[in-house]
Design a binder for this molecule. Structure first.
Ligand code: NAG
Ligand code: NAG
Length: 358
């Protein structure tokens, strides 16, 4: 019985630690209102009153800044998605325009107060944070806009290395969710496979260990490793070095396999012209069309020498000259010798190209 209770207690603790997703809708809707309002202010910044009297305009430009004419123009675009070039920040809020319009209606007087008397202030802070209390200032979270961890110590929220849960909203727990490489409640420590590069009261800077390190390391590069990962070996004075598994004869032993060393591991590929079948055996690849000469070079050489021989003999018989008989004899002996003793692999590429063997 007590075990079951314990289990229940544990599961409650675990589930309560699960991060609550913050929708922060009212605050974001208020910022949507502010963004569209700002856009309207920008668009009308250089509009003048209709009419062409410059002197009269000069005199009234100051007044135009806070005129009702301009306010009406600005309000025309407020709470409309089409007023903003980019609304990515506001995705996930259903009926955004409608919710924004409700806020506008409800807080019309406050918004007019901003327009007529508070334009020197940042509207997002003045309206959404201070007046309507829908958002918290940056680095603050929760109902009462408490400070995120780190602010009391004079550092950034989560010491600049994590996200404070609920930052800027009237929601959240203020817990830090650290960036990759950082850990601890305040993100002031380096995670596994990272080392501390520097540390001040404002936080810590962590860097990733070398890829061959297992677990912790003390500095950058292979020499900083305490232990090496599989496929890496600790070499005196060099740190963790990649093991060339292919130098081990027993790495790839199946027929037609070739060993390919990779960083930290190795692969058994098939020889050229072979590919793996379903069982992982290398089989002749019938679909491959290797780029080879249509005939072995030795055979091509033979064809050339014998056809030359036939031409010479025909020539000699036609002329019937004794000198030519002797020369023919020499040529035949030379060709036979070439054919018997010249290894086509030793013929220079230049000569092969000259003979048209490619
Ligand atoms: C107003 O303040 C917010 C939050 O600090 C900031 O993101 C925004 O750029 C500011 N707006 C202007 C117009 O300075
Ligand atoms: C070679 O590889 C085999 C099989 O993977 C292994 O058992 C053996 O220890 C290796 N030998 C060396 C010298 O690394």
């Amino acid at each position: 019985m007590s075990r079951i209770l314990l289990l229940v207690a544990v599961s409650i603790v675990v589930s309560s630690q699960k991060e609550v997703v913050i929708k922060n809708e009212k605050c974001r809707t208020c910022n949507f209102l502010v963004n569209t309002f700002d856009e309207g202010l920008k668009k009308t910044a250089r509009h003048h009153f209709a009419g062409g009297d410059t002197a009269w305009e000069e005199k009234n430009l100051g007044k135009y800044k806070t005129s009702e004419t301009r306010l009406i123009e600005v309000l025309e675009g407020v709470c409309k998605k089409s007023s903003l070039p980019n609304i990515d920040k506001f995705t996930g809020i259903t009926e955004l325009e409608f919710k924004c319009a409700s806020q506008l209606e409800k807080h019309e007087e406050t918004i007019e107060e901003y327009y007529y008397n508070q334009q020197q202030n940042n509207m997002s802070i003045w309206l959404c944070v201070e007046q309507l209390k829908l958002c918290c200032p940056g680095g603050h979270f929760g109902k009462n806009c408490e400070k995120c961890p780190g602010l009391n110590e004079g550092a950034d929220a989560c010491f600049g290395k994590g996200a404070c849960h609920g930052d800027g909203s009237r929601e959240g727990s203020g817990k830090c969710k650290c960036e990759a490489g950082y850990t601890g409640n305040l993100c002031r420590h380096c995670d596994n496979e990272y080392f501390e590069e520097s540390k001040t009261e404002k936080g810590v800077v962590c860097k990733q260990c070398h890829e061959g390190c297992l677990g912790i390391c003390s500095s950058e590069g292979p020499k900083g490793c305490s232990k090496c990962k599989n496929g890496w070996a600790m070499v005196e004075g060099e740190g963790c070095q990649d093991v060339n598994e292919c130098s081990n004869q027993s790495a790839c032993t199946k027929e037609h396999e070739v060993c390919v060393n990779t960083i930290g591991s190795y692969r058994c590929d098939c020889e050229e012209g072979y590919k793996k079948d379903d069982e992982g055996k290398c089989q002749l690849d019938v679909e491959a069309h290797p780029d080879r000469p249509f005939m072995p070079i030795a055979q091509q050489l033979k064809i050339i020498s014998f056809s030359s021989l036939i031409i010479i003999i025909t020539f000699v018989v036609w002329h019937g000259s004794p000198v030519l008989y002797v020369l023919t004899g020499i040529a035949i002996v030379a060709l036979i010798l070439v054919d018997l003793y010249v290894n086509p692999d030793t013929i220079p590429d230049e000569a092969k190209r000259f003979l048209g063997l490619y």
